[in-house]
Design a protein. Structure first.
Length: 485
């Protein structure tokens, strides 16, 4: 379907055509007519299919029916980056219409705070807000939702993952019951349906390509040891045509470590995560979009809502903990019917996560062998969690990392982070017992001579205070004491 076939305001249509939109995407073709009827809607479509335009176009069209001078549409989003992205889309689509918007998000920038207050008090047509900052403005008493007609939740599943359920319900409770409510999400877990029952009234439902990467994404996964990841990135950059790449890592520390490593190899790379202040993050994104550098390393803050054209590669440096996060990360490439590559690095301790991903997307991700110069790599064995290359313990889960792995062996870790069994390996024989009897309990492993009643300890104490009366030696000082629990 063409946008010219839709019943849209002529000035809005001029803006749509001016930015090069001609054909609707499937989610736009289905959602726009429903939203124009005023019904509530819950819509699920994968990242990169045009969800933003699917709710912005009919919302702007509705606002053009008459001018009110007060805020009439509210879009609630999980991150400041997404708020800014949608604000830019409003500017583009409504260029010829005069519809106004203001992004409302957190941070310590006074200028942004003043702009938010000005926009709210002067009745910007559309507020695009993160839940926490919007509640702060609401608490100060100058937000007027009396004329609010449309409420949109974008990336609703992400907001629930971030713990915003109560905030969302709180915000919606302050709006008129008659307001149209729209929920858009890339996935449809049970908690989304639960929220929909709470806030939506007899909604229509759209579900397209649930939790599957776009068809244009070429997926692959490599089994590697942790220290082989940077050399593998270097190999990909040297052998493939990488126009632009986003590398996702599981933590801010990992992001900074990867960035330093690639800079040492002379690659143009920048980092973005929540510890960076707002201005730095915006400037970094701007430079990346303008191809001033072509490698961006970040956490999941980049996985949602950031519209970056012609992204050729997405690389999961760490296998996502949640299978649905894989869909969002991979959704950064092959957007708008383009093609791209998605590469995931797997270590033995998180191989089972790849099974969960493949079950969700209902497809097997190809696992080619790394090049020989990378060195010996682990075998893909999703049934075995952990297991470094060193000596593993018996039973339980094998530990992660090098050296002494193993569930009950020394240094091994249970996948939940707790030791399984005793420090010396469950009920193994006690080597200190010459009859080989089983150990009857954990021992005190404090170094000898450092104990509370040791002779050496008393000598040190005497040297520090010669006037203090010396305590009698304990003849059992050098015997192991049972560890107190």
């Amino acid at each position: 379907m063409k946008f010219t076939d839709l019943d849209l305001d002529p000035e809005l249509l001029d803006g749509i055509l001016a930015i090069g939109f001609e054909e609707t995407t499937p989610i736009q073709e289905q959602a726009i007519p429903i939203i124009q009827t005023g019904k509530d809607l819950i819509a699920c479509a994968q990242t990169g299919t045009g969800k933003t335009a699917a709710f912005l176009i009919p919302t702007i069209d509705h606002l053009l029916q008459f001018k009110a001078g007060k805020t009439r549409a509210l879009i609630i989003v999980p991150t400041r980056e997404l708020a800014l992205q949608i604000d830019q889309n409003v500017d583009a689509l409504s260029y010829f219409t005069g519809v106004s918007s203001v992004p409302v998000f957190g941070g310590n920038n006074k200028q942004n705070w003043d702009q938010q207050i000005y926009g709210i008090k002067n009745g910007a047509d559309i507020l695009i807000a993160t839940p926490g900052r919007l509640l702060m403005h609401l608490s100060l008493g100058y937000v007027d939702f009396n004329e609010l007609e449309v409420i949109i939740l974008d990336e609703a599943d992400k907001m629930l993952d971030m713990g915003f359920h109560a905030d969302i319900v709180n915000i919606i409770s302050r709006a008129p019951d008659s307001a149209q409510k729209l929920m858009f999400s890339a996935t449809m877990p049970k908690k989304i349906r639960k929220l929909a029952k709470e806030i939506l009234h007899e909604p229509d439902e759209i579900s397209l390509s649930l939790s599957k990467p776009a068809a244009g994404v070429s997926q692959s996964a490599y089994m590697l040891h942790e220290e082989q990841k940077i050399p593998m990135i270097e190999h990909i950059l040297a052998t493939e045509e990488v126009e632009s790449m986003i590398i996702f890592a599981s933590s801010k520390l990992s992001v900074d470590r990867i960035t330093r490593s690639l800079r040492k190899l002379k690659y143009p790379v920048e980092a973005i995560h929540s510890d960076k202040d707002q201005e730095d993050r915006q400037e970094t994104l701007r430079k990346f979009k303008n191809r001033q550098f072509n490698i961006l390393v970040g956490t999941d803050v980049l996985a949602r809502g950031i519209d970056i054209d012609n992204l050729s590669h997405v690389l999961n440096y760490d296998c996502p903990h949640d299978a649905e996060d894989y869909v969002h990360r991979v959704g950064r490439t092959a957007r708008a019917s383009s093609t791209g590559a998605a590469v995931t690095f797997i270590t033995q301790r998180d191989a089972y996560r790849m099974v969960q991903i493949e079950e969700l997307i209902e497809a097997e991700v190809p696992k080619p062998s790394p090049p020989e110069h990378i060195g010996e790599t682990p075998t893909y064995n999703p049934r075995r969690r952990g297991g470094g290359r060193g000596r593993g313990g018996r039973g339980g889960y094998r530990g992660s990392g090098k050296g002494r792995g193993g569930g009950r062996g020394r240094g091994g870790k249970h996948p939940r982070g707790k030791h399984s069994g005793n420090r010396q390996g469950g009920n193994r024989p006690n080597k200190g017992n010459d009859k080989g009897k089983a150990s009857t309990g954990p021992k005190n492993h404090a170094p000898q001579g450092e104990g509370k009643n040791s002779v050496e300890g008393e000598a040190k104490k005497k040297s520090r205070n010669r006037n203090r009366r010396r305590k009698p030696k304990n003849p059992k000082a050098n015997q192991e004491q049972p560890k107190s629990e």
